[in-house]
Ligand binder design. Structure first.
Ligand code: NDP
Length: 332
């Protein structure tokens, strides 16, 4: 069998540790699919693994999310055959010309959805799904604050909250990004560049007031973390829910739990996608919704950048440097 190319993190560190390497084409073991990869999604989890924040022993093949065409199936796999179009959200080692994907972590891609779009939507789409369906089921009248609303997860949150009858107060780091959030359905936007926590929360509260929520927002979806956490807590109504789902600006420091009491019996959660697609049934249920919404136009996926694997370091530098909107993908 011919050799294949893979994108490898040779050690922990910045983009300089990434390199393309040649290796023998892998054959699928029991329960696995060998997939010819069409596109790989760029995510913060790749950064956390590359840096060693999430324990991952180097060298390792980068990438958790992707889509492609099944080349061969391992022993005991039923329901998949060579030629099937599949996508996945959570398999380390995705950035290889041929990747091994456990069949129970794969989903079928509907005919109406191209493989690049599937690779771009899986991880962030499933995340937006569990945040709006399980962590806080958005309903008619919900007023939600979404930070970094022009980003990957942010764009999808704005669309799904609006789709489920909620209204979004969006923050973003420029006027242009605020316009993107408005176009996606946000009813109020705030450019939070250079705003302190007090100023930001008072602007959010004023926006909530205009929406008839005098006591603050029902829920905050915060993937920015350290830079926005204080303002997020201060924006909630009594008994509101703070959903901290990431730390794009850095992880939140330990804090005094009494603040939840003084803020008005607030709730705080720090959820992860892995716990929300832990069974094949749950993965397939959420993926069918998300890919179905892409197919019927409910969800718009914006691929904000397409990078060959040889330029992967630039893709991650752009993501970490706040220079992106929407989703970045790597193509072989
Ligand atoms: P985004 O496309 O949203 O990019 C991050 C955005 O965060 C930037 O574009 C920027 O938007 C904003 N930001 C604010 N401060 C900073 C900073 N100091 N450095 C970098 N970015 C900053 O990324 P993703 O959609 O991929 O991920 C968003 C968050 O969701 C991440 O924290 C990620 O870890 C988390 N996540 C969590 C999951 C879970 O299961 N819990 C699953 C998937 C993602 P702006 O310029 O508008 O401020």
């Amino acid at each position: 069998m011919a050799d294949i190319t893979a994108l490898v993190a040779r050690s922990h560190g910045g983009g300089e540790v990434l390199a393309l390497e040649s290796r023998p084409e892998p054959t699928p073991g029991p329960g696995e699919l060998a997939v010819e990869v069409a596109a790989v999604g760029v995510n913060f989890i790749d950064v956390y693994q590359r840096e060693g924040v999430y324990p991952t022993e180097p060298p390792f093949v980068l990438g958790n999310e992707g889509a492609g065409v099944v080349r061969s199936v391992g022993e005991g796999v039923s329901g998949y055959a060579p030629g099937d179009r599949v996508a996945w959200a959570f398999t380390l080692g995705s950035a290889a010309e041929v990747a091994l994907i456990p069949a129970d972590q794969a989903v079928r891609v509907p005919d109406k959805v191209d493989l690049e779009t599937a690779a771009a939507i899986m991880l962030q789409g499933l995340t937006a799904h569990f945040l709006t369906r399980s962590t806080h089921p958005v309903q008619d009248g919900t007023v939600a604050l979404v930070h970094a609303a022009a980003g990957g997860v942010g764009r999808l949150l704005v669309q799904l909250i609006t789709h489920h009858g909620g209204r979004v107060i969006a923050t973003a780091g420029s006027q242009e990004k605020c316009r993107i959030a408005t176009d996606l359905g946000a009813v109020e936007t705030i450019d939070y560049t250079n705003l302190g926590s007090e100023e930001l929360s008072s602007r959010v509260r004023a926006a909530a007031h205009r929406l008839g929520h005098d006591a603050g927002v029902d829920v905050v979806y915060d993937g920015v973390g350290r830079a926005t956490f204080d303002a997020s807590l201060a924006s909630l109504r009594p008994r509101g829910l703070m959903v901290l789902f990431g730390g794009a600006s850095g992880q939140v420091d330990p804090f005094d739990i009494q603040r939840l009491n003084s803020g008005g019996s607030l709730y705080l959660t720090r959820p992860s996608l892995g716990h929300h697609i832990a069974t094949t049934e749950e993965l397939h249920g959420r993926a069918n919704d998300v890919l179905g919404w892409v197919a019927d136009g409910t969800l718009t996926v914006h691929v904000g950048g397409r990078y060959p694997w040889s330029e992967a370091a630039d893709a991650y530098a752009d993501l970490e440097g706040r220079r992106t909107t929407g989703k970045l993908v790597l193509v072989p």
